[in-house]
Design a protein around this ligand. Structure first.
Ligand code: ZN
Length: 362
C-alpha cells in the first residue's frame, strides 16, 4: 500500500466532489479517481441528483480497461437501488482490484454494506483516510442521516453589541458589501432558506441565490397567522413553502392554494418545529439555512436545533436598550447554559468579521 499515493488521490477526489456543490442534494457530493500503475485512467463526480453517480462517470471516462485499477472516493460506493442501480455492481463487473474511500456512507441503507459486498467479491477495501475532511464536505448529508432531520445552520449579521436593527427598525446595512455577497453565496450551498414572517414584512426580500448558474433554493417562511402580503417578492417564484397554523384565515389559505402557492398548515397555535423538520426530512430536504429574524433564530436555539452558526459582525455600536437583539427566544439562564461554539474558524471581509462554529450541543 502506498500511503502517499492514497492521500494524493483522495485529496483529488475531494476537490472533484466539491464541483457538485449545491446541485447534488439530497445526494452527497462524490468524486472518484481511477488509478492504474500510478497513472490516473479515469475520473468523475456526481454532477446533479438524478444524473449518474461519480463511480459510473469515472468508469465511463476510462481511456483503458479499468481491470486491476484502484478506485479512490470520498464516500463508500452505494449498494442499494435508488434512482440508479448500485455502483458496487459496476465496480465488481469492471474487475477493479482495490477501493479506497474516506468514509462509510451514513445512509443506513448503505453504511458498511457497500464495503462489505466489495470485500466479499474479493476486492481490497480500505476506509478512513481523510475521513474528517470528507465528512466536513458532506456535513449536511451526514447529519441528515445520523439525526434523521435536515442539517440546520443559523446565519445572522449584527453590530458589536449584538443588534440587528436600531430602535426605529433601521437595519440597512450593518455589514459591508463583501460580507453580504459572501452571505448570499452561502445560500447556494443549502437546499432551503428559512425566515420568519417578520423578515418578509420588514425587508420584503426575494431570498434567491441571484446566480443564474446555481439552481434556486427552496424558500421556507414561518407565518403562523399567515400575514404574508400577496405582493411579497418571495412569492414571485414557485420554489417556496409557507408554513402556518390553525390561526390563519381559511379564506387566505384557499386563495393562496388556488394561486398554486404550497402551504403547510399545522393544527396547532404555534408552528411545531420538530414536526416541521419531520415533514422536510420526508421531502428529502437535507439542509436549511435560517436567516432570521431574531425570534425565529431564538426558537431554533431554544429547542437546541442548531448544527452550525455563521455570525457576521461589523465594528459598529448601536447602543441603547431598545434596539433589536440578534437572537430572541427565552435564552440561557446561566452562562454555563449558553450555546458554546466548537471548531471555530474566522473569516475577514475588510473590517467585518465572520465567525463560523458548531454548537457543542450538536
Ligand atoms: Zn452509487
Amino acid at each position: 500500500m502506498n500511503n502517499f499515493q492514497d492521500l494524493t488521490f483522495l485529496r483529488e477526489s475531494l476537490s472533484l466532489a466539491r464541483r457538485g456543490m449545491g446541485w447534488t442534494n439530497p445526494n452527497p457530493m462524490v468524486g472518484v479517481i481511477l488509478v492504474k500503475d500510478g497513472q490516473v485512467i479515469g475520473k468523475g463526480y456526481h454532477k446533479k441528483a438524478g444524473l449518474a453517480h461519480a463511480e459510473i462517470e469515472a468508469l465511463a471516462s476510462c481511456k483503458e480497461s479499468p481491470e486491476g485499477s484502484t478506485l479512490y472516493s470520498n464516500l463508500e460506493p452505494c449498494s442499494h437501488f435508488g434512482r440508479m442501480s448500485p455502483c458496487i455492481d459496476e465496480i465488481i463487473k469492471a474487475k477493479i482490484a482495490r477501493v479506497v474511500c474516506s468514509t462509510l456512507d451514513p445512509n443506513p441503507k448503505v453504511h458498511g454494506n457497500g464495503a462489505g459486498k466489495l470485500r466479499k467479491a474479493g476486492i481490497d477495501v480500505s476506509v478512513g483516510t481523510l475521513g474528517d475532511e470528507a465528512r466536513l464536505l458532506n456535513e449536511a448529508f451526514f447529519i441528515f442521516h445520523e439525526k434523521n432531520r435536515p442539517f440546520i445552520a443559523l446565519k445572522f449579521a449584527a453590530s458589536l453589541d449584538g443588534k440587528i436593527a436600531t430602535k426605529t427598525g433601521d437595519s440597512k446595512w450593518i455589514t459591508n458589501k463583501r460580507a453580504r455577497q459572501f452571505a448570499r453565496k452561502l445560500r447556494a450551498e443549502y437546499q432551503a432558506i428559512l425566515v420568519g414572517i417578520s423578515t418578509i414584512m420588514c425587508d420584503n426580500p426575494h431570498l434567491g441565490v441571484r446566480d443564474k448558474t446555481k439552481k434556486d433554493t427552496l424558500r421556507i417562511i414561518l407565518d403562523p397567522k399567515l400575514r404574508i402580503p400577496f405582493e411579497s417578492q418571495v412569492l414571485r417564484d414557485d420554489n417556496v413553502l409557507l408554513v402556518t397554523t390553525f390561526n390563519a384565515s381559511k379564506k387566505k389559505i384557499k386563495f393562496l392554494q388556488h394561486k398554486g402557492t404550497p402551504i403547510l398548515v399545522f393544527k396547532n397555535h404555534e408552528i411545531p418545529l420538530k414536526d416541521l423538520l419531520v415533514y422536510l426530512k420526508d421531502q428529502e430536504i437535507i439542509s436549511i439555512l435560517i436567516e432570521g429574524g431574531g425570534r425565529t433564530l431564538g426558537k431554533f436555539v431554544d429547542e437546541e436545533l442548531v448544527d452550525k452558526v455563521y455570525a457576521f459582525y461589523a465594528p459598529i455600536i448601536i447602543g441603547g436598550e431598545e434596539g433589536i437583539s440578534v437572537i430572541g427566544g427565552s435564552g440561557a439562564k446561566y452562562i454555563k447554559d449558553a450555546v458554546r461554539l466548537k471548531n471555530v474558524t474566522f473569516k475577514k471581509f475588510d473590517e467585518n468579521m465572520l465567525i463560523i462554529g458548531y454548537p457543542a450541543m450538536s
